[in-house]
Write a new protein. Structure first.
Length: 263
């Protein structure tokens, strides 16, 4: 109360002229715009439901890692308090929740997941089997290993594969993965020829040195691979990431768990 609700400006800062083709004169465009707004609102609600589901399995997993009950009574009760009848959890959801439960809940650094596996793997896999079935455990472990591979580690490993003296082309430079590769390359003093269809005159159709090593940054890279000239050396983000995850997965498979966190 007593405040200023509206305050004028000293000069006009914007103007809107109603023309025959203006939005407010075209019911079809008005309805299309309303439809886009409604789609966005509906999508936001769906995103909220997904976020709630992710949060529920994350916190329930944290609780399960220290629960004494073999049936995980408390963790399941926590889960049901938020999701009364949840749809079956996918291995990707289980792996993601397990990874963040270890990192955020117990302070296990991603690079130490392999060396600490005996402390958490028995309880984690028992929880996954209890909540989603034993058939999903192996895939959930694989998903956790993928989650544990950082973007910086992938970018560094890609640059490690570039032969000395080879020009380096970065395909998909504007994406999140591409920006990570660019950042790591700068710290190493590696010059990159940035290529991206979103950059002016910097698509893959521009000529490149036949001796080039092409770092393909996007995870979904099929469209890029079809545009690359024959003979160039290709290093794919997807393959390097999978290789690093497999190395961690081998450590997890080699370890036989004996003691759970909190035991």
């Amino acid at each position: 109360s007593g405040g200023v609700r509206w305050s004028g400006v000293e000069e006009v800062v914007a103007a809107y002229r109603v023309r025959p083709g203006s939005l407010s004169k075209n019911p079809r465009l008005m309805l299309e715009t309303l439809g886009r707004v409604m789609d966005r609102a509906t999508g936001a609600r769906a995103a909220l439901a997904t976020g709630l589901r992710d949060a529920a399995i994350f916190y329930a997993t944290m609780a399960a890692l220290t629960e004494r009950s073999a049936e995980f009574v408390s963790a399941k009760a926590m889960l049901r308090s938020v999701l009364e009848h949840p749809a079956a959890f996918t291995p990707a959801e289980l792996g993601r929740a397990g990874y963040w439960a270890l990192v955020m809940g117990f302070g296990v650094a991603p690079h130490r997941l392999g060396s600490t596996v005996e402390k958490w793997q028995p309880q984690m896999t028992a929880w996954w089997a209890s909540v989603a079935g034993a058939s999903k455990v192996d895939e959930a472990v694989e998903a956790l290993a993928l989650q544990a591979v950082s973007a910086e580690a992938v970018a560094g490993a890609m640059l490690d594969r570039v032969p000395e003296g080879s020009p380096v082309v970065l395909a998909g430079a504007m994406g999140q993965n591409g920006r990570t590769v660019s950042r790591i390359a700068r710290t190493r003093g590696v010059a990159l020829d940035l290529r991206d269809d979103r950059l002016p005159r910097s698509g893959l159709e521009r000529l490149m040195d036949a001796r080039s090593t092409v770092l393909v940054a996007p995870l979904a890279d099929e469209a890029i691979l079809t545009k690359l000239p024959r003979g160039v050396r290709v290093v794919r983000w997807s393959e390097v990431r999978a290789g690093l995850a497999e190395a961690l997965l081998e450590k997890l498979r080699e370890s036989s768990g004996r003691r759970a966190i909190g035991a």
